[in-house]
Design a protein around this ligand. Structure first.
Ligand code: PLP
Length: 359
């Protein structure tokens, strides 16, 4: 069986060492020593500042928007459901603008048109979908022109850089998910990287019930802290993350070389590296798409149609500026197996199955 995804397994000896430190100190959560160590090591590895660990990637989006005073936002319809559901749960007025047909990310021209038509939104929430960075320069210019905040949902983009700069350095905040299925994980967890220290400070208070450093109560907050046991998993996995990303990227490259002229593939940002988070392919013909999924399943190879449906359809009561491209892409996209424990021969087995059907 070739699984769609497999979580990274932490080395038990290293993990036990960290967990013993937690047990000995009796400091299980509330910004403990491992929380501090993981923050420092992640900031160094990612080359960022103002990184706040949180309990998952969904709360990361909610807290980022809250800290940036985003009460209304235009977002992408093509992402995992949490990009939108987090906004709605937060009571944020949400509208959808279409994606680019090549990158599958929020389309700068469509966004500019939407904001020119209706400029009352506070912010833009864009996803670097499948770890492929948005056109951050164009989106940044549009945000400046219309005076909007940007939050990038970078849940898929751990370790991705644009011309050597972390994707997390773009926008007012970038959010990460450390869910078990992600390239790097803490079982459940996440982080927010803020551009400005003041936003980071406010968010740090917000994730601890709104309690201020002097133990006085500030504005109402929530509990979104990452505990020490989960930080121990993160610290253990961080030791091997460079090799993991290198391996995943090599598998991703092999997939793309093999499938390049066989199926449509999203166009990657030309200055970005690959982290091999997902392997999406696009097959417009629905019957052929199903045939591929079935043929793979018959050989015990998992695949999944995601992200579908387009989120403007799932949340049709929210305003949409028109998302026809997203409807097309969400209808035809399939993700193939990709994880750190796959080998090149597994990739070739998958691509050979596809090549036998699609000629
Ligand atoms: C694009 C995107 N945003 C947000 C999330 C939510 O992250 P979490 O599962 O850590 O809450 C996910 C999770 O898979 C995701 O894929």
């Amino acid at each position: 069986m070739i699984a769609l995804n497999k979580p990274l397994t932490p080395d038990l000896a290293t993990l036990t060492n960290y967990l013993t430190q937690v047990n000995d100190s009796g400091w299980y959560t509330n910004f403990g020593p491992l929380h501090q160590l993981l923050t420092e090591r992640l900031e160094k590895y990612l080359g960022v500042e103002n990184l706040l660990l949180v309990s998952n990637g969904t709360l990361a989006i909610q807290v980022a928007c809250k800290a940036l005073n985003i009460n209304s936002a235009i977002t992408t319809p093509f992402s995992f459901v949490a990009t939108t559901s987090s906004l709605l749960w937060q009571g944020i007025e949400t509208a959808f603008s279409d994606i680019d047909e090549k990158s599958y990310n929020l389309c700068p021209q469509a966004l500019d048109k939407a904001l020119t038509q209706d400029n009352h939104y506070d912010g833009i929430v864009a996803t670097h979908v499948y770890g492929n960075p948005c056109d951050v320069n164009a989106l940044g210019e549009i945000a400046n022109k219309h005076n909007k905040k940007i939050v990038y949902d970078a849940a898929h983009a751990f370790g991705v850089n644009i011309a050597g700069e972390s994707v997390l350095k773009f926008g007012d905040a970038g959010t990460l998910s450390f869910h078990a299925t992600k390239v790097f994980h803490t079982v459940e967890g996440g982080a927010i990287v803020f551009k400005h220290k003041a936003d980071y400070e406010r968010a740090k208070q917000l994730i601890n019930f709104g309690i201020q450093a002097n133990v006085k109560l500030g504005e109402p907050g929530i509990n979104a802290k990452l505990n020490e046991y989960q930080c121990a998993v993160g610290l253990t996995l961080l030791d091997e993350i460079e090799q993991v990303i290198e391996h995943r990227a090599s598998l991703f490259n092999l997939y793309r070389d093999e499938l390049n002229c066989i199926v449509e593939l999203p166009q990657w940002h030309n200055l970005a590296n690959f982290n091999g988070a997902y392997m999406p392919i696009y097959i417009a013909d629905k019957k052929l798409q199903q045939k591929v999924i079935d043929a793979l399943a018959s050989k015990n190879i998992q695949s999944r149609r995601y992200f579908t449906p387009s989120l403007d359809i799932a949340y049709s009561e929210q305003y949409s500026f028109g998302c026809e491209v997203s409807h097309e892409i969400a209808g035809g996209v399939v993700c193939l197996p990709l994880h750190a424990y796959m080998q090149k021969k597994d990739i070739l087995q998958v691509t050979n199955e596809i090549k036998a059907l699609v000629v």
